[in-house]
Write a protein that binds this ligand. Structure first.
Ligand code: SF4
Length: 339
């Protein structure tokens, strides 16, 4: 491994990531990140699923909808997006003139990958040519370009409710979120067969046993979880809705069925309460998103310092992906979900 010093030349900096670089151990990364943010007029947007150190240096922490809005509103020249690839792409779609950096370009998403744009387009053209496509924001720019309206887990119900009751709809890519929305809206949307590897892994059996050991704890779950988990949940909501619910609820303990990164913010906002990660159906006893966790504080510092890896796309693709994003923003504003 190469050891890099802060004053070192910028020559030969890798463009796809910094996997072989080891930082000078005396470097105060937190202070350096703050210095670079000021010097480059940069802003750090971090998803709730990022590691605690990254959340602590972020200028804005949020879920998909909040981050999309923050990306649209920022006056910064550089957006460092501490999240996964589709989120950084979303920031670029909304901010074509800004530099958008992703600390690790390999930070992908199993849910996004489950909907390859060309395959989806062929399937829709063959089977459901007249359906409106409502697509969860957890998808690639190519998949957004295949869509009529984008939604997040915060605004999905309002988006679907805004469409005429008899309008045929395909919901993609998350079949669990889609099935939950079918129940919430009384619709019968056609569901694309995609899922998130993190939210699908929770064990109903282990959750039931955990609830027996913590009878006063409320089970709060993200709608990307499978139906049996959602059915026994006390509250179902987007990541931000789960956070707000946990803070405001009079209950003192919660079993949390979503990516465990959110527990950092929950514990910060409600330090006297107890948050227990819901157990997954595997032996490692962790429910961390391996894609989100590819970003590290060190990679975030290096991408700020060297301005790479950068998210780029053709203007044709960006404009095609922007159209359904803008429809989401307009409907969300009309529904009072955005200011
Ligand atoms: S938690 Fe699931 S949906 Fe979110 S980035 Fe990871 S794989 Fe994708």
């Amino acid at each position: 491994m190469a050891v890099i010093d802060i004053a070192k030349t910028k020559a030969n900096v890798p463009t796809r990531g910094f996997f072989d670089i080891e930082l000078n151990p005396t470097l105060d990364i937190f202070a350096e990140i703050e210095r670079l943010k000021r010097k480059k007029n940069a802003v750090v947007l971090a998803h709730y699923y990022q590691e605690p150190d990254i959340q602590d240096v972020a200028d804005y922490i949020g879920d998909s909808l909040g981050l999309a809005q923050a990306a649209q509103n920022t006056n910064a020249d550089v957006i460092v997006f501490a999240g996964v690839h589709f989120m950084a792409e979303t920031a670029k779609i909304l901010n074509p003139t800004k530099t958008v950096l992703l600390p690790d370009l390999h930070a992908g998403c199993s849910l996004s990958d489950s909907a390859p744009p060309a395959l989806f387009a062929r399937w829709k053209a063959d089977k459901y040519p007249n359906h409106t496509v409502v697509t969860y924001i957890n998808c690639s720019a190519g998949m957004k370009a295949n869509s009529d309206i984008i939604c997040t887990s915060s605004n999905a119900k309002a988006i679907i409710d805004s469409l005429p009751a008899n309008e045929p709809i395909i919901f993609a890519p998350d079949k669990n979120l889609g099935a939950w929305l079918n129940k919430q809206t009384g619709r019968n949307m056609v569901l694309w067969n995609g899922a998130c590897m993190v939210h699908e892994i929770f064990s109903l059996e282990k959750i039931t046993k955990l609830k027996q050991r913590h009878p006063d704890a409320l089970l709060i779950s993200h709608p990307e979880c499978e139906d049996p988990v959602l059915q026994v949940s006390d509250f179902v909501g987007s990541t931000t809705q789960l956070l707000n619910y946990a803070i405001k609820s009079p209950a003192q303990s919660f079993i949390v069925a979503t990516e465990s990164g959110i527990l950092h913010q929950m514990q910060k906002d409600a330090p006297h309460k107890t948050f227990i990660p819901a157990p997954p159906n595997n032996t490692c006893a962790c429910n961390e998103c391996p894609h989100m966790k590819l970003n590290t504080l060190e990679k975030l510092y290096l991408c700020l310092e060297y301005g790479t890896p950068e998210i780029t796309m053709t203007e044709e693709l960006r404009l095609a992906a922007l159209k359904p994003m803008q429809r989401m923003m307009d409907i969300s504003k009309a529904a009072g979900l955005l200011k």
